[in-house]
Design a protein around this ligand. Structure first.
Ligand SMILES: Cc1ncc(COP(=O)(O)O)c(C=O)c1O
Length: 460
């Protein structure tokens, strides 16, 4: 075997015996650039001023790290900046510092959650953290969960398990129910499951954005009448536009009576259910068969971080186990690539574990309560004579000047969003109830009362 004439091995892969000086230098340099970017946030604003970033492509001979660092810097300085206090557009808070470390460790270990033998300690860690979550939610000893890369995938894991459990995998008429304010990704889940629009039924919501129980009962009766079997009802704990919560206890009673799988999409609000924060209707989540919790959306665990908790781990085993003929079967411990849709999977649980360990229950509650406080402050001080507001008990609020038609709302929100952006406030512009709204998501720990006062001045 000849030595590679172009590269010193040490700059390609970590050395198994040397000092790893090159890696240390790269990490050091990268950390400095990132920290400077964080510190520059205030003057840069939520979206980059410098749009000169050019996407380069691989060339024949590769490039020095000096060249790459110039490109890395340009990439960083052309990125959306969640750390800026005016970043209020989406459910994308600033990253917890300890979580950044978790991502670095996961990348360096390069373990694979596919199989126990490829990630022994991390497989154990993921099982332990999921069990901890499920106990906190009030599930029993058979419960547990599986991590996945995002809320959509966790919900999809649940729906696939629900349909399998109901024995309706080959029934083309089987349906599942969501509220009309549930997340748009359920349509994607429907398609992935080989189903069509008719297999996804939307239940009306009431004035608070919660699933209307009368309409739910009517739909169930209609399905029964025409022989359509329901494999799941999905309750949303924290809707995307206004943070509304479906009536979980009432829905769970209906599910129990009719033997239907209750899934809770707690992508936004599920994390509140492990705390003592008093929010109506979230202490009954353990009546569900499954719940998605997505700490990337509010706690600041870096993307992606999502877990699906189930009341009985056999649901996942029975649905996803195939056998992995190329992986050793020495251990009794299940391969975690066989408990969900994803096979190979990064050790995303490390950053969640570190974040939870670092914050503790008090820290978690502080972050969550501060988000609610910011939303309350904005809601209590926005001009309600001028604006129509949609909000809920969490940290999201959408608003629009009263009496606007769709066309006017389109123009107003576009202009307002642009003028706010010039003052370094980034809000989003969702379509809701057939009109455009402005939405503020107040999960940004850097957003102070003074920042909200400034925003209020521009709105009121
Ligand atoms: C309530 C809800 N569910 C599911 C999702 C999808 O999550 P993800 O984008 O992580 O796949 C979102 C995204 O914002 C959401 O708000």
């Amino acid at each position: 075997m000849t030595e590679d004439p172009i590269y010193k091995k040490e700059i390609l892969f970590p050395s198994y015996s040397g000092s790893n000086e090159s890696l240390l230098n790269l990490l050091n340099k990268t950390s400095k650039i990132l920290c400077k970017w964080f510190s520059d946030s205030e003057k840069l604003g939520p979206l980059p001023i410098d749009k000169s970033f050019k996407c380069s492509v691989p060339d024949e001979f590769g490039n020095s790290t000096d060249i790459l660092f110039a490109e890395i810097e340009s990439l960083i300085y052309s990125s959306f900046n969640p750390v800026h206090p005016g970043s209020l557009a989406h459910i994308d808070p600033p990253p917890l510092i300890i979580s950044i470390l978790g991502d670095l460790i996961a990348a360096s270990l390069n373990n694979n959650l596919l199989a126990y033998e490829l990630s022994p300690s991390i497989s154990l860690l993921e099982e332990t953290i999921c069990k901890w979550f499920s106990k906190k939610l009030g599930f029993n000893e058979f419960s547990g969960g599986i991590a996945a890369s995002g809320g959509t995938l966790s919900n999809l894991n649940a729906l696939v398990a629900a349909r399998h459990h109901a024995g309706l995998e080959s029934d083309p008429d089987a349906v599942y129910l969501i509220s009309e304010e549930a997340h748009s990704s359920f349509l994607k889940c429907t398609r992935i499951m080989g189903l069509g629009k008719n297999n996804l039924i939307k239940v009306k919501t009431d004035k608070n954005g919660s699933m209307d129980i009368n309409n739910l009962n009517e739909i169930i009766d209609k399905c029964t009448k025409v022989g359509k079997k329901i494999f799941s009802i999905v309750a949303t704990l924290g809707t995307t536009i206004r943070g509304a919560i479906d009536p979980i206890e009432n829905i769970s009673k209906i599910c129990k009576e009719r033997n239907i799988w209750l899934h809770i999409d707690g992508s936004i609000g599920g994390i509140f259910a492990i705390t003592k924060i008093p929010i109506n209707g979230i202490k009954t989540v353990h009546y569900a068969n499954s719940i998605t919790i997505n700490p990337q959306k509010i706690l600041g665990v870096t993307k992606t971080s999502s877990i699906l908790l189930v009341s009985d781990m056999d649901f996942l085993k029975n649905t996803f186990f195939t056998g992995l003929p190329y992986v050793s079967e020495e251990s009794d411990f299940p391969n975690r690539g066989e408990l969900g849709i994803q096979g190979s999977r990064p050790a995303e649980i490390i950053k969640l574990w570190l974040s939870l360990r670092f914050l503790g229950m008090n820290g978690i509650e502080d972050v969550l309560i501060s988000s609610i406080n910011r939303r309350e402050y904005l809601e209590n001080n926005i001009n309600t004579e001028k604006y129509e507001l949609y909000s809920g008990p969490l940290h999201i609020i959408s608003f629009l000047p009263k009496g606007m038609c769709k066309k006017d709302s389109d123009i107003w929100t576009l202009n307002k969003r642009n003028s706010l952006m010039k003052k370094n406030f980034m809000l989003s512009r969702p379509v809701f109830k057939n009109r455009y709204f402005l939405r503020a998501v107040l999960g940004n720990f850097n957003t102070s009362k003074a920042t909200i006062d400034e925003l209020l001045k521009l709105l009121n």
